[in-house]
Design a protein around this ligand. Structure first.
Ligand SMILES: Nc1nc2c(ncn2[C@@H]2O[C@H](COP(=O)(O)OP(=O)(O)OP(=O)(O)O)[C@@H](O)[C@H]2O)c(=O)[nH]1
Ligand SMILES: [Mg+2]
Ligand SMILES: [Zn+2]
Length: 311
């Protein structure tokens, strides 16, 4: 995305509006990628009309020049989907919209939590999006020491979730990752420090360096992403998102939680009692599944933990 052309080159008199896509926001201002007209391919600072819902990275909008250096967003197209979370007060916090895929990033460090990944998987399943689990920093993995991580990866792999193992540092596994991302708009989510921004930087160093809006050093050290941002790479689009500690799922239904645990879902209908809690009822297919190895104790605990946090 180029920044060269100026809004002042457009005539303010003709009142024409253009289409655009939200790249990111800074407080009340939005950075909008221009999708048509003489400024196509540039990004422009815009405000939004006060009566509109909060816009999010990935939203398609119409905007028009407002003054010599800002535009105003007039309207928003319907979203195909919006990925976000609920904060501790139960307010929805959107991260990105109009997505094809969500990449759940975990790493050798900080410690990965199965329950956090499961929460993402429930939210992704609810949106009917593709989910991928990406293990980053494999250069740091010590096979003997990281047994809980190995166990976690084994569980997801046995359940059939697509898993990618990469190192943003050594670029190990990048070929498979790039293949997976091609042609898609993907948001990277996960705990702070797992390497989401580093991955984007490494995947797109050439393209990003060329447009000059992200220096290679910017994400070194302890830089923390504070707002989502869209990047066009050569063969795909990536959205960086701020790291989170908790992923609240307060507004999902029990059924939506169950949908996120397909192995539990497929056996639950065989329980003797329809409302079986799978804790101590007789003839419980899920507890039988634990014995046969079809159900993992960690996933059942995680499922019950999530159910326990619903409103
Ligand atoms: N050894 C190693 N370090 C990595 C790798 N990927 C990222 N790091 C380091 O991990 C730290 C955090 O990386 P970031 O890319 O900022 O992590 P993030 O997920 O974007 O974090 P937030 O923006 O806070 O959500 C940085 O010091 C990176 O250099 C990797 O593959 N191997
Ligand atoms: Mg980041
Ligand atoms: Zn049961």
């Amino acid at each position: 995305m180029k920044n060269g052309k100026k809004l002042s080159q457009l005539s303010l008199m003709d009142e024409k509006s253009y289409s655009g896509r939200i790249v990111t926001h800074y407080g009340n201002q939005l950075e909008v990628e221009v999708l048509n007209g003489p400024l196509e391919g540039t990004t422009q600072r815009c405000h939004q009309r006060s009566n509109m819902t909060t816009l999010v990275t990935g939203d398609l909008v119409t905007w028009k020049p407002d003054s010599t250096n800002t535009g105003i967003v007039m309207s928003q197209a319907d979203r195909c989907n919006v990925f976000g979370r609920y904060d501790s007060e139960g307010r929805f916090k959107p991260l990105a919209s109009n997505l094809d895929c969500v990449l759940v990033v975990i790493a050798a460090t900080p410690k990965a939590y199965l329950n956090l990944v499961d929460r993402y998987l429930v939210a992704i399943r609810k949106l009917e999006l593709d989910a991928f689990i990406l293990l980053n920093k494999v250069d740091l993995i010590d096979a003997n020491k990281d047994q809980s991580l190995q166990r976690m990866m084994q569980i997801y792999s046995d359940l059939g979730y697509p898993i990618l193992k990469v190192s943003a540092k050594s670029r190990l596994g990048f070929e498979a990752l790039e293949k997976q991302l091609t042609g898609l708009t993907t948001v990277l989510v996960g705990q702070s420090g797992v390497g989401k921004s580093s991955l984007i930087n490494q995947l797109g160093s050439y393209e990003l360096a060329k447009v000059g809006n992200l220096s290679k050093n910017k994400y070194k050290g302890t830089h923390t992403t504070t707002t989502s941002r869209l990047y066009h790479l050569e063969n795909f689009d990536l959205i960086d998102s701020p790291g989170i500690r908790e992923f609240g799922l307060t507004k999902v239904t029990k059924q939506e939680v169950l949908n996120g645990f397909p192995e539990i879902q497929s056996l639950a209908s065989n329980c003797k009692f329809r409302n079986c809690s799978h804790r101590n009822e007789p003839s419980c297919a899920i507890r039988e599944g634990l014995n046969s190895g079809a159900i993992f104790q960690e996933r059942l605990d995680s499922y019950q933990n999530i159910l326990g946090t619903l409103d």
